[in-house]
Write a protein that binds this ligand. Structure first.
Ligand code: ADP
Ligand code: ZN
Length: 628
């Protein structure tokens, strides 16, 4: 909704204030109600004196401390009828009183009207009152928005920002593909359900468990499942929510959280992104962050402050255990670490099974095939994938999710939204040659992953795409596989150069080059796969601002740096020569594939291999088939 309550509230306050001033101007101040008929007509002071001199004034009432007078006089024009006028008097007119006495006009001075004073007082009060009410209203509204200015009102009071779920309703069955983690955490459920079992034999129940793993692997889900299985409440907060702009707020949030938890024990406290508060103290550029350190200290104090058998277990999640303050990991705090990784192919199948439970799948869909196609996907990615497929199915008005929707959803999750293909043109032909270059080199090299499909339908940034069967399952990658990948990545540029000439090559290969340069460099500096020998010349670098290990940099001299560059160049040049040779040797095959690709927009891997087989021997690539 674009319509904002804050704007409405602001305008109402303004309108009230402005309205009030108008109203006050109309009623307060000058005597409006004189008891005599309202004196609407004004008379100048000079005229008034003339009237006085002419003895036509019969009565004068002074108001406003002598600044205004209502006079009663005979009007010449209307046959001496008595009329009232209002006259503004000059401030210094003492002679007026004299004159009135002298002329024996009856006159009276009226005090400042009392209700006028009240109005004046109210007028003075109402404005600030309205303002404060308005501001209060604004702040209360914006308080609901995270990060809104409303925090200013909460300063010191710390509306704790944690969520509490009395029953999470999540069971271990809902968590799939991370068996080891699940097994380790089964025990925590027993701690919560039957603590006597452990305390009887003198065992200390752990207070904190640290779940370590990338986002989306199911850490939150796992913590909820523990609470769900044990039937205890679940408190959760994110580390980043502890750290606010005001010093002291984080610490008081920690206090509040633990207080609430103690009242509800046994229970689970889940702290997501604990690295946001738990980073090494006093580290990072520009020294420490007082607020964060105070929060962390408070957290440590609270963790030490309760006995292990209170029934509170704190589960924290992070992707960077290496940056955590050592004090957090000491015994009695987060002394258990459980690794939660992205699932392997079997795990992915299980996750898919969990999330397919409530979805209508067509019989043709095999979850195994999806699991095979999605290496590197986390549980959250897979859940998202099935959901995306279900949305597509609904949009296409189908009964159940078919392979087509799954495929489209995978492509979309991996490579972004589909664009409209180019019309046939020179640049479309160039893109086609570029993609066929990748596909052909990839197919003809024995150590390259098999092609899954080639397409000219743009997606995300890419104008065309060549998809390979992913094979990240096999943990170790050989030198010849790395070289095959570099050669395949150069296939696009090689095709452009061979077909269109060196002057016509395009920027389209930029992404490829970046990728392959990285690979070649790692072969030299990390994997010892060059003439420099088996040396590790670069340690993995953490981001500078994360504290710790930002001093570990490349530990080699300028001379070695030159040799590294030379080795990287040798690898890439060798691969490029090879890629160009493949393109030159299979020119007519490439031409045929490009024609087909332009006609069909997409060629799948099987068809591609059949056509290639008519021209050349296609190496056996069974080593890439992932095992289930
Ligand atoms: P994390 O806390 O590790 O970032 P979440 O637990 O928030 O990840 O996961 C987000 C969602 O992804 C979950 O609610 C669930 O639907 C799905 N998901 C993630 N991992 C798994 C898993 N191992 N099994 C089943 N579903 C999962
Ligand atoms: Zn490319």
């Amino acid at each position: 909704m674009k319509f904002s309550w804050r704007v409405v509230a602001l305008w109402s306050v303004l309108a009230l204030v402005i309205g009030f001033f108008f109203w006050q101007g109309a009623f307060a101040g000058v005597p409006a109600d004189t008891g005599k008929n309202t004196a609407n007509t004004r008379m100048t002071y000079g005229r008034f004196l003339e009237y006085l001199d002419a003895d036509r004034v019969t009565n004068v009432d002074l108001y406003d401390g002598g600044r205004t007078a209502i006079i009663e006089a005979n009007d010449q024009d209307i046959e001496n009828r008595t009329q009232h006028w209002r006259v503004d008097l000059p401030i210094n007119a003492p002679e007026l009183i004299q004159k009135l006495k002298q002329k024996q006009v009856s006159f009276d001075a009226h005090p400042m009207r009392n209700d006028g004073a009240i109005w004046g007082l109210l007028g003075n009060l109402i404005f600030p009152v309205l303002l404060i009410t308005g501001l209060f209203f604004l702040f209360r509204r914006s308080n609901n928005l995270p990060g809104g200015p409303g925090q200013a009102m909460n300063f010191g009071k710390s509306r704790a920002r944690f969520q509490m779920e009395a029953k999470t309703g999540v069971k271990f069955d809902d968590v799939a593909g991370i068996e080891e983690a699940k097994e380790e955490l089964q025990e925590v459920v027993t701690f919560l359900k039957q603590p006597e079992k452990f305390t009887a034999v003198g065992a200390r129940i752990p207070k904190g468990v640290l779940l370590v793993g990338p986002p989306g692997t199911g850490k939150t889900l796992l913590a909820k499942a523990i609470a769900g299985e044990a039937g205890v409440p679940f408190f959760s907060i994110s580390g980043s929510e502890f750290v606010e702009m005001f010093v002291g707020v984080g610490a008081s949030r920690v206090r509040d959280l633990f207080k609430k938890a103690k009242d509800n024990a046994p229970c689970i406290i889940f702290i997501d992104e604990i690295d946001a508060v738990g980073r090494q103290r006093g580290a990072g550029i520009g020294g420490g962050n007082d607020e964060r350190e105070q929060t962390l200290n408070q957290l440590l104090t609270e963790m030490d402050g309760f006995e292990g058998n209170t029934g509170i277990i704190i589960i924290a999640a992070t992707n960077r255990p290496d940056v955590l303050d050592a004090a957090l990991l000491r015994p009695g705090r987060f002394d258990r670490q459980v690794q939660v990784d992205a699932p392997d192919i079997k795990g992915r199948l299980e996750v898919l099974q969990v999330h397919a439970r409530n979805k209508k799948l067509d019989k043709s869909v095999s979850l195994e095939a999806i699991a095979r196609r999605t290496p590197g996907f986390t549980g959250a990615d897979l859940a998202n994938l099935l959901n995306e497929a279900a949305i597509l199915t609904a949009r296409r008005r189908k009964e159940g999710i078919t392979l087509l929707e799954i495929d489209d959803a995978v492509d979309r999750v991996v490579a972004g939204m589909e664009g409209t293909p180019l019309v046939d043109s020179k640049s479309k032909r160039l893109i086609a040659y570029h993609e066929i270059g990748h596909a052909l080199v990839g197919t003809l090299l024995k150590d390259h992953d098999p092609v899954q499909k080639v397409t000219l339908i743009p997606r995300g940034q890419a104008q065309g795409l060549t998809w390979f069967m992913p094979n990240e399952e096999q943990g170790l990658i050989s030198r010849s596989q790395l070289k095959a990948r570099i050669t395949g990545a150069l296939g696009g540029r090689a095709a452009e150069e061979i077909i269109f000439g060196a002057a016509e090559v395009t920027t389209g290969a930029g992404g490829d080059l970046q990728q392959l340069s990285g690979m070649a460099r790692q072969m030299v500096t990390r994997f010892g796969m060059s003439d420099l020998g088996p040396l590790s010349l670069e340690s993995q670098q953490g981001e500078v601002f994360l504290g710790r290990d930002w001093t570990t940099r490349s530990e080699y001299s300028e001379a070695i740096a030159c040799r590294i560059d030379a080795q990287v160049r040798i690898i890439v040049e060798e691969c490029y020569t090879n890629a160009k040779k493949i393109m030159r040797d299979h020119r007519s095959l490439a031409d045929r594939l490009v024609d087909l690709l332009i006609e069909k927009e997409t060629i799948d891997g099987e068809e591609l291999r059949q056509i290639v087989a008519e021209y050349a021997e296609v190496p056996d690539k069974s080593q890439f088939a992932p095992m289930l």
